[in-house]
Design a protein around this ligand. Structure first.
Ligand code: DSN
Length: 437
């Protein structure tokens, strides 16, 4: 086919492929609009964030820091990023904030670049116990060629065994003591670990990806005051911004701060998705206004949901600790490595409830785990409370305990969700209290 410049009309098959992609994206949106999004690492962004993410910034470049750029045309973006750095410092109560990283994992790679050299030792939670893949040799830790030792795990308390972790740190003498998980039910007793780490000259890195909104909302723990030197995190989980990352520090030392900034650019990012940075800034402003009540409501809902699931007959982990102190709830659906978690997740999806299978203590295979990890941050964001948590637990029971046909349950899921179509905890326009999904 000859293509005259500027006049190319795509062949039907190319156009159809693009249309199929557009339609798949719309259907994905409908899945969540009519269903219950309960993946603990996801959230929905406010309409103002959606708008700025779709702005002209999506195609622009910036490198460096505000006022010190390698490209022209950045003055307005400098205003945005400077406001964002100030807001992040305030929202996370951090002397240092870098808001450029494009994901939590990228923040982790950057932090590990700043804190360690290839061949150094690192201690972290194992992926089997809920550590993130970037804490493992298969991920960022391996990319940086660090020698990993993992903390012993206290299954009853669902946290590192603190004495064991401190002993490990004292014996391995790592450069980095990494704390934090993707399965994150309870705050980590950080002070003891930080004391042991600092005693052997290690830096403490806290991965707050999942719980960043809860930390900023003052309802989880305060890592930067409890001994963490650096805190990394995602901007799109309990912190309800667009996908991206943060790198924060308790350090006032300009040389260390420069090292952290350099680790992101030029360390691991060239340009850094300016539209998402701008979205993070709006989300930070919204969080400053509404974050505290959002965080409180998330934890209240998670506890209530866990109790309601237990009352329905589910095996909910960590009963002795009140099930959860975060946005997450863990349920066991069969024996170790049985794949019961995968089957449960599929049945729930057939009923319009979107979750993820998850390894629980004892499981060794990521694709056939026994459990589910559930998050209530998205349901909370559209205004669901205690009554709805009970209703959702009943819907789970109909599918997974009573064995009802998921397609029947799906109708009631959709009916429930139809009453929760407004995004809360964000700036409103003049006509309505919140925005339609
Ligand atoms: N793997 C994601 C999670 O769901 O926890 C985090 O990157």
């Amino acid at each position: 086919m000859s293509r005259e410049r500027g006049t190319w009309s795509p062949s039907a098959s190319t156009l159809n492929k693009a249309k199929a992609v557009m339609s798949a994206a719309e259907m994905s949106g409908n899945l969540y609009r009519n269903g219950l999004g309960m993946i603990a690492s996801e959230n929905i962004v406010s309409p103002m964030v959606q708008k700025i993410v779709a702005s002209d910034l999506h195609g622009r470049y910036a490198e460096g820091l505000p006022g010190k750029r390698y490209y022209q045309g950045c003055d307005d973006f400098d205003t945005i990023e400077s406001a964002g750095i100030e807001l992040a410092r305030s929202v996370f109560n951090a002397p240092f904030a870098n808001i450029q990283s494009t994901s939590g994992t990228v923040s982790n790679i950057g932090a590990l670049k700043a804190l360690a050299k290839p061949g150094d030792e690192i201690t972290a939670v194992s992926t089997a116990d809920g550590g993130h893949i970037s804490h493992a040799r298969m991920g960022a830790v391996g990319l940086r060629d660090l020698n990993l030792s993992t903390y012993p795990w206290n299954e009853e308390r669902m946290e590192p065994d603190i004495d064991g972790a401190c002993d490990l740190i004292r014996s391995v003498q790592p450069k980095v003591a990494l704390i934090g998980q993707s399965v994150f039910l309870f705050p980590t007793p950080l002070k003891e670990i930080a004391d042991a780490a600092h005693e052997v000259g290690a830096k403490v890195m806290y991965d707050g990806a999942h719980v960043l909104g809860l930390i900023a909302g003052g309802v989880f723990q305060d890592p930067l005051r409890e001994g963490a030197d650096v805190m990394t995190g995602s901007s799109h989980k309990t912190f309800p911004g667009p996908q991206g990352g943060f790198l924060l520090s308790s350090s006032e030392d300009p040389t260390f701060q420069k090292k952290l900034n350099n680790a992101i650019f030029p360390g691991v990012c060239s340009s850094y998705h300016l539209h998402h940075v701008a979205g993070k800034v709006i989300a930070l402003a919204e969080f400053e206004e509404y974050g505290e009540s959002y965080a409180k409501d998330i934890v209240k809902n998670a506890r209530h949901f866990a109790q309601a699931l237990a009352a329905e007959g589910f095996d909910v982990l960590a009963e002795s600790r009140g099930y959860t102190a975060s946005h997450q709830v863990l349920t066991r659906h069969g024996s170790t490595d049985s794949g019961a978690g995968a089957k449960a997740a599929q049945l729930l999806e057939d009923a319009g409830i979107i979750t993820n299978m998850n390894m629980l203590p004892g499981d060794t295979k990521a694709l056939t785990p026994s459990g589910l990890r559930l998050g209530v941050q998205e349901l909370t964001r559209v205004g669901m409370g205690a009554l709805e948590m009970e209703e959702v637990a009943r819907l789970y029971a109909r599918v997974l305990i009573q064995g009802e046909d998921p397609s029947q349950v799906k109708k009631d899921v959709s009916e429930l969700k139809s009453n929760f179509q407004i995004i809360r905890y964000c700036f409103n326009d003049e006509e309505q209290n919140g925005y339609l999904l």
